[in-house]
Write a protein that binds this ligand. Structure first.
Ligand code: MEV
Length: 425
């Protein structure tokens, strides 16, 4: 029976289990499907209900652990939450191949998030700009008064910038540069921007429009570099093919989008595992990739004078280790501990390193055997398991799916039926 109405009055007031039942009834969900869902969701139900509205359960994403990575001379295990097979294996392989050269090195550029305050009905942009700069110390004091705890640990207002956007009538934007220390910082920055708004209107006579954080966090970027020795990647031909692959992504936005998607396969998996905001980091990364006016690759690849392959990545990394889901979600807490993370800056370094190494592995596969061979055996395993293969049957099903070049659940079910028929004899 199709859903009668999406108006589920009073839904948010129900407890989670009653909400589940109401949805199962409204959407005519079978007992088999709903029982499995309830079982699957049970451990996270309380947490989900605290974290979001109208919670009905949780979606468990696989959590893998990548080994072999060294970042700034310290070994680190990397938890990755992802539904995509081959992402974790690719990071392990890429990280192993740059261990001999010392792993990945990083540098942080700034700790500041940007808050934007939009000023409208500006009659004299030049005068408005001057007025704003004249009130810089009051702006600093008002921002800092919003978060004394942040100030007590060395954070708070650092600087401001006034931008005039090229439109008529004039639009001015005030940027607040706020050092948010170990937080992601959205709440602190948004509170400051909203607190300032009436004062800005009073000083400038302009009307304040939006007051919100910018996800183009270019005052909080991280740069990671790594060298892959020629002998670890398989020689000059592989290096040269990878260099051309890198060049392709640099000059062609169509390729850059896929290249950067591969970078984000690693980055978003760690962001999610640590309870950080995947959309914030993704939006910032893609906006940063387009900052020159044309969307381009987030990584650069070159040959060192010794003939090895060197890669670098630079992107905004607005992540935190306090506040939000990082503290509420038990898996995020475990992941931060597994990584031995003691600051947002260290987390940012590890994540940038992951993005670089992930890109190395994707490029190497693409420039040599293509990604389907490695990808397909993992994909075939997922298909085999989805078709009901038990652990002791999966290898045989996978091998046959690959050799028949028919990786789908129908073939998997056929193979499984045959194996079981044979083994029952
Ligand atoms: C697939 O998830 C990611 C890749 O397409 C990335 C790339 O093309 O660089 C393999």
């Amino acid at each position: 029976m199709p859903l009668q109405s999406s108006r589920l009055s009073g839904f948010h007031q129900l407890d989670v289990t009653t909400r589940q039942q109401r949805v199962f009834d409204a959407c005519d969900i079978s007992e088999e499907v709903s029982d499995l869902f309830v079982q699957h969701s049970a451990p996270m139900l309380g947490c989900a209900d605290v974290m979001i509205e109208n919670a009905i359960g949780s979606l468990n994403v696989p959590l893998g652990l990548a080994t072999n990575l060294i970042v700034d001379d310290i070994d680190v295990l990397v938890p990755m939450a992802t539904e995509e097979s081959s992402v974790v294996a690719a990071l392990c392989n890429g990280a192993r191949q740059c261990r001999d050269s010392g792993g990945v090195k990083t540098t942080q550029v700034g700790q500041c998030m940007i808050g934007q305050i939009q000023l409208l009905d500006v009659s004299d942009p030049q005068a408005c700009t001057t007025t704003l700069y004249r009130h810089k110390e009051e702006i600093r004091a008002l921002c800092n008064s919003c978060d004394p705890v942040l100030c007590s640990v060395g954070g708070g207002f650092q600087d401001m910038q006034v931008r005039t956007l090229p439109v008529t009538p004039a639009m001015i934007v005030l940027h607040l540069h706020i050092d948010v220390r170990d937080a992601m910082g959205a709440n602190a920055v948004n509170t400051m921007a909203e607190t300032l708004a009436p004062y800005i209107e009073q000083w400038t006579g302009a009307r304040v429009g939006l007051k919100i954080l910018s996800n183009l966090a270019d005052q909080r970027t991280v740069r990671a570099t790594g060298v892959w020795p020629l002998n670890s990647i398989g020689g000059e031909a592989v290096r040269d093919a990878m260099l051309v692959a890198g060049q392709f992504a640099t000059i062609d936005p169509y390729r850059a989008a896929t290249h950067n998607k591969g970078v984000m396969n690693g980055i978003s998996a760690v962001i999610l595992a640590t309870g950080n905001d995947t959309r914030a980091v993704e939006a910032g990364a893609h906006a940063y990739a387009a900052r020159g006016g044309q969307y381009t690759a987030l990584t650069q690849w070159e040959q060192t004078k010794e003939g090895d392959l060197a890669g670098s990545i630079e992107l905004p990394m607005p992540v935190g280790i306090i506040g939000g889901a990082t503290q509420v979600h038990p898996t995020a807490q475990l992941c931060l501990q597994l990584m031995n993370i003691d600051s947002a800056a260290r987390l940012a370094s590890v994540i940038a390193a992951v993005g670089l190494v992930q890109n190395f592995s994707a490029m190497k596969a693409l420039a040599t055997e293509g990604i389907q061979r490695g990808h397909m055996s993992l994909h075939a395993r997922n298909i085999a398991l989805a078709a009901g293969a038990k652990d002791n049957e999966a290898d045989q099903v996978v091998a046959e799916l690959i050799s028949r070049q028919s990786i789908n659940t129908k073939t998997a079910a056929e193979v499984l039926e045959r194996i079981r028929g044979t083994s029952a004899l």
